[in-house]
Design a binder for this molecule. Structure first.
Ligand code: IVH
Length: 649
């Protein structure tokens, strides 16, 4: 084989694989493919310096990794807001309509797998990163190269992020579990877990055997000039990626409902698991204008499919006391398999709910499980009662400390700040992954440290000694040393982890990150108004933060002294200008795309919002400005033409 013939053969193999793995439409036999593959491999063995980067032999690396490196996405990977019914859809559409006039929607399946970001540059796949926290994930390039529906090269030179979901087809999943049963290995609960687990194998040869499939659903960083998402997706499919089984552009509630019904009826016939339908605004410019909340794009949502229901028996109701003192009833049910997971517990939400549904111990009940959500009891079969069922009384005393409970109706709370359950749970939370991430310090160990009297509040963790650990049951020198090291390592943590670990009501991981980038370590001095002005924050969150700081200032200060959290480097400040720190809304058509003007204003330190409110400083309007302009006039917000805006600069 000459080198030219070799390259032709590589191209032919890639074409055959594309037809097989992407189009589901083979153009050759397995035998013929294997013959050519081996001929190509023989050439490569003889000419190791001349191997083409996109040769199919380059997909499987043979050196297992030691571990995964962390890698940063070029632009953030978002999640989606869930909608559960027609009413939810209606409300979402109303919100969309307020933010942007006249948009159409791109509907496609919501694939149930693991999300993945592919970075291509110069036409080559350069990096594949798992979603992680949306900003940083794990680099799994070696493994992803084994996925045949991920092209190693694409006919596009620019730098681009292509996002999608890695799935395992239902049949393949059954097959893997059959093999695992025979080998006496533990089974995967569902195709999603199987996909995620296979993607995170240190040995790419194992991933290669799992027949993973990549379904593209979007684009991250790019410099494309294609104004519609639907056309962008067609362009992606044209690069050599798979198309989803059903995808369509439509307008309005009725049309979306119709596609949803169609997808729901067809879902069992699809090769992969779907857990809903994703609805996205098709106009990229409108997407940019609408922007994001702290968690989700405002221009997309996931319309979930109804969950699976099963009949079982309620055996017992146990009470749990959380870190905020709320007493939650939890149902213990006869173990019931649903979609491959054995359900033993279900949430009952609260006591009002138990009364409203008249749930009694011993009842036959219907439980519902949908995706990742904790199963819940939705209905009692009262007709099957025989009189032996028992009503659960509302508790008046804390099941843990015996203290008095405050019954607020929906919530019943333990008032005792020193209640063991409250203290232990807040320490567990403090050490958990999205907080200080102290490796190895889980529920059991925290409980043991607390029982021994070594840790009475979070700050005591940092005064623990080797002797104390050695005095606990089951602790030897090595385990104790590891834990002491892990605790020491928490010092100098990111500032957002510190804020999140405080467990302030309504302030979760995303809000903590936002507070940290806005105020750094100065978050304790933030005024309520400045907090409300942050994207995604509301009155309740701001109040909760300010009140928490007021009550706990000394304790937080002491903790900060010990932990010395680190704030990110302050962002380069924009020079003084009339738009710095101002909230601006853009409307109508202008001399450039609104996206471009938005970017310019943001670089000047302005915040560009999607809708007009009393918080808006300026509405900048172009031709054919619509309701946003009217709203500005109505609220007395300053309005500027595009030219006036430019003159001010
Ligand atoms: S779009 C900015 N489209 O669902 C929009 N996500 O709940 C971000 N997913 O993390 C996501 N199918 O892993 C999108 N057709 C689809 C999807 C999809 C599955 C996953 C994805 C994402 C999660 C969000």
């Amino acid at each position: 084989m000459t080198h030219t013939e070799y390259l032709e053969n590589v191209a032919l193999l890639n074409k055959q694989a594309y037809h097989y793995y992407v189009l589901d439409d083979p153009i050759t036999t397995d035998e013929e493919y294997d013959r050519l593959y081996h001929a190509v491999m023989d050439y490569e063995t003889a000419h190791p310096d001349a191997i083409a980067a996109d040769s199919p032999t380059q997909r499987v690396g043979d050196v297992p990794l030691e571990g995964f490196e962390k890698a940063r996405h070029l632009s953030r990977m978002w999640s989606l807001e869930d909608l559960f019914d027609a009413e939810g859809l209606q409300k979402w559409l109303e919100r969309v309509a307020k933010l942007s006039e006249k948009v159409t929607f791109y509907c496609e399946p919501k694939f149930d797998g693991a999300s993945l970001n592919l970075i291509y540059d110069g036409g080559r796949l350069v990096q594949a990163i798992t979603r992680g926290d949306g900003v940083i994930g794990e680099e799994v390039t070696q493994n992803v190269k084994t996925i045949r529906s991920v092209p190693l090269s694409i006919p596009y030179e620019g730098r681009i992020e292509i996002r999608g979901e890695v799935v395992i087809f239902k049949e393949e999943f059954e097959q893997i579990n059959r093999e695992r049963t025979e080998a006496g290995e533990s089974l995967f609960a569902n195709p999603r877990n199987a996909a995620a687990g296979s993607l995170r194998q240190l040995d790419a040869r194992i991933t290669a055997k799992r027949n993973l499939v990549f379904m593209p659903y979007g684009i991250g960083e790019n410099s494309l000039d294609i104004p519609l998402l639907s056309t962008r997706m067609e362009w992606i499919y044209g690069l050599g990626f798979r198309q989803p089984p059903l995808h369509r552009v439509c307008e309005g509630f009725e049309a979306i409902e119709a596609i949803y019904e169609e997808m729901k009826t067809q879902r069992d016939d699809f090769a992969m698991m779907l857990d809903g339908m994703v609805i996205k605004v098709d106009q990229i410019e409108a997407q940019e204008e609408m922007g994001y909340t702290v968690k989700f794009p405002r221009w997309a949502s996931a319309y979930k499919f109804p969950a699976v229901e099963k009949l079982t028996t309620l055996k017992e109701i146990v009470l749990q006391v959380g870190r905020s003192g709320v007493v939650t009833p939890v149902a213990v049910v006869e173990p019931t398999p649903i979609e491959g997971v054995v359900v033993e517990r279900a949430t009952l939400h609260n006591f009002d709910e138990i009364e409203r549904k008249d749930i009694r111990i011993g009842d036959r009940v219907i439980i519902l499980r949908s995706g990742d959500v904790i199963p819940k009891i939705i209905k009692v079969i009262a007709a099957e009662r025989d009189g032996s069922e028992k009503v659960m009384e509302r508790p008046t005393r804390c099941p843990v400390c015996g203290g008095e409970l405050l019954d607020e109706g929906a919530l019943i709370k333990c008032q005792n700040l020193e209640c063991d359950a409250r203290v232990v749970n807040s320490i567990i939370y403090f050490a958990s992954k999205p907080c200080l991430n102290i490796d190895g310090l889980g529920d059991k160990i925290v409980e043991a440290l607390y029982r021994a009297g070594y840790v009475k509040s979070v700050i005591d963790l940092f005064g623990l000694t080797m002797e104390q650990f050695l005095a606990l049951e089951g602790f030897k020198e090595k385990k104790s040393r590891n834990l002491l090291d892990a605790i020491e390592q928490a010092k100098g943590c990111d500032c957002w982890r510190f804020i999140n670990a405080l467990g302030i009501e309504h302030i979760g991981e995303v809000a903590s990150k936002a507070l940290c980038s806005a105020f750094g370590l100065g978050f304790m001095e933030a005024q309520k108004e400045t907090v409300i002005a942050l994207d995604g924050f509301g009155e309740e969150m701001a109040e909760s933060l300010v009140e928490f700081v007021r009550v706990n200032r000394d304790a937080v200060g002491a903790l900060m002294e010990v932990l010395r959290p680190v704030a990110p480097e302050a962002k380069a400040e924009a020079a003084e200008n009339p738009f710095k720190g101002k909230t601006v809304v853009l409307t109508g058509s202008m001399s450039e795309s609104r996206g471009a003007i938005k970017t310019m204003l943001e670089s000047l330190g302005a915040k560009v919002a999607g809708s007009v409110s009393k918080k808006t400083d300026y509405v900048v309007y172009g031709e054919e400005a619509g309701s946003k302009y009217d709203k500005a006039v109505e609220l007395g917000v300053a309005t500027l033409t595009e030219n006036e805006m430019r003159e001010m600069l």
